[in-house]
Design a protein around this ligand. Structure first.
Ligand SMILES: CC(=O)N[C@H](C=O)[C@@H](O)[C@H](O)[C@H](O)COP(=O)(O)O
Length: 227
């Protein structure tokens, strides 16, 4: 097993992302958020955008999972081979790409995309952000290194569950082929622990740790409803 993957087994990964128009959308801010997450025990950081990735890479020692979110099509997480090259060039350890079976904007298949990345960056691992069991099976065939549940509930194939999509988690773990990173709507420490109990290799938490506007909204709603 790859040394980097070994270092992430049974660990928490924190996704640090701010979105267009938000006050925290700033590479220095995201690098500080990433440092704070590492201080709290994050074994790796997941982040998006080339500027954020470069800033985070310069400030943290732990592995970085990088992606870009681009375009207006349904396939927006590192959708093309060119996007993957750009992400890889920031110095990340793992490139996260759309791992669904949907048509990609550059019309390459997932397998062609993975092959292209591996040819140019043999040392880089590829995380497939999947939306379903079918996606995961295709991603394994395409030669990816990591299966993520990232797009379960976002790719049109499955309902968006309140918390993590445990059914997909169980299906991917049961395949017993590649490390499964449980990502998407893990909002509590209990859910993160549940992911590990269900056989996740690692668990990725974003919003619940690094998106103050969402977290504030959860509290504000609870307070309002108590009135
Ligand atoms: C669907 C999609 O575009 N997910 C993105 C992938 O990088 C991010 O917006 C999420 O924050 C990330 O997956 C972590 O999930 P959560 O924030 O729910 O913990």
């Amino acid at each position: 097993m790859n040394e980097l993957l070994n270092s992430l087994k049974g660990r928490l990964i924190v996704s640090c992302q701010a979105y267009p128009g938000e006050p925290m959308l700033d590479p220095r801010t995201m690098a500080q958020v990433a440092q704070a997450a590492v201080a709290g025990g994050a074994a790796a950081i997941r982040a998006k955008g080339l500027d954020d990735l470069r800033a985070i890479r310069a400030e943290v020692e732990v592995p970085v999972i990088g992606l870009v979110k681009v375009g207006k099509s349904d396939v927006y997480i590192t959708p093309t081979l060119h996007d993957a090259f750009q992400v890889a060039e920031t110095g990340v350890d793992i490139v996260a790409i759309d791992g669904t079976r949907r048509e990609r904007p550059d019309e390459r298949t997932l397998a062609e995309t993975v092959l292209g990345i591996k040819e140019r960056f043999p040392e880089i691992l590829v995380m497939a952000d999947c939306g379903s069991l079918g996606d995961a099976e295709a991603a394994i065939e395409a030669g990816v290194d990591i299966l993520g549940t990232t797009l379960a509930g976002y790719s049109g194939e499955r309902e968006k569950t309140e918390g993590p999509d445990w059914e997909v988690v169980d299906q991917l773990v049961r395949l017993d082929r590649l490390p499964v990173f449980v990502e998407g709507r893990v909002h509590t420490p209990e859910q993160a622990a549940e992911a590990m109990r269900r056989g996740a290799w690692a668990v990725v938490v974003g919003t619940a740790i690094t998106h103050p506007t969402s977290i504030t909204g959860w509290f504000a709603k609870a307070v309002d409803e108590a009135n």
